[in-house]
Design a protein around this ligand. Structure first.
Ligand code: AMP
Length: 184
């Protein structure tokens, strides 16, 4: 099962992706986690993307696509995966499709977590993990970037008939139950 978990910042993608990973025993590929780990370990990639993440902007498509394509070629991903935070632009979605087609595979489901904007901001600002991009100005910037660059990705997959919308308001378990029901 190849899943894209999609939604605005603060929708709970990371939390639900971890639960899906444990439930279906398939890897969770989060581009945000990859960038944060590289920043923490002060790698070349980390140095390159730190100011971009801090500003709430997007890492260039080419950089992100290279990372994801490298990762998806690993044998761990043969039995399915959950993509979280990727694709975030239409060119990224197109590049992913091109790569998957060349491998004779495809995305099975595009899960959209639907959460009202007011709740997103409250959730991010009360998040306990102290992310450097979680301040009020950065959150506003990330939501603007989401609306402008990322939301069109939803239509891209709608045209392919792959979108399943899941209500992302409720307890972690309630939302996870909805996701499981949708995938069944
Ligand atoms: P996330 O953890 O998914 O919220 O991602 C945190 C930050 O990493 C984003 O605000 C971007 O700066 C960067 N990032 C993560 N995934 C992508 C992507 N697919 N394309 C561009 N930038 C990304």
């Amino acid at each position: 099962m190849n899943i894209i978990l999609f939604g605005p910042p603060g929708a709970g993608k990371g939390t639900q992706a971890e639960k899906l990973k444990n439930h279906f025993e398939i890897p969770h590929l989060s581009t945000g986690n990859i960038f944060r780990a590289n920043i923490k370990n002060e790698t070349e990639l980390g140095k390159k993307v730190k100011s971009i993440l801090d500003a709430g902007d997007l890492v260039p498509d080419e950089t992100v696509v290279d990372i994801v394509v490298d990762e998806l070629q690993k044998p761990d991903y043969e039995n399915g995966y959950i993509l979280d935070g990727f694709p975030r632009t239409v060119p990224q979605a197109e590049a992913l499709d091109k790569f998957l087609e060349s491998k004779g595979t495809a995305i099975d489901t595009f899960l959209m977590l639907v959460v009202p904007e007011k709740e997103l901001v409250d959730r991010i600002l009360s998040r306990a993990d102290g992310r450097s991009d979680d301040s009020p100005e950065k959150v506003k910037r990330r939501l603007d970037v989401y609306r402008k660059e990322t939301e069109p990705v939803l239509n891209y997959y709608k045209k392919k008939g792959l979108v399943e919308e899941v209500n992302g308001v409720g307890s972690v378990e309630e939302i996870f139950d909805r996701i499981k029901n949708t995938l069944q």
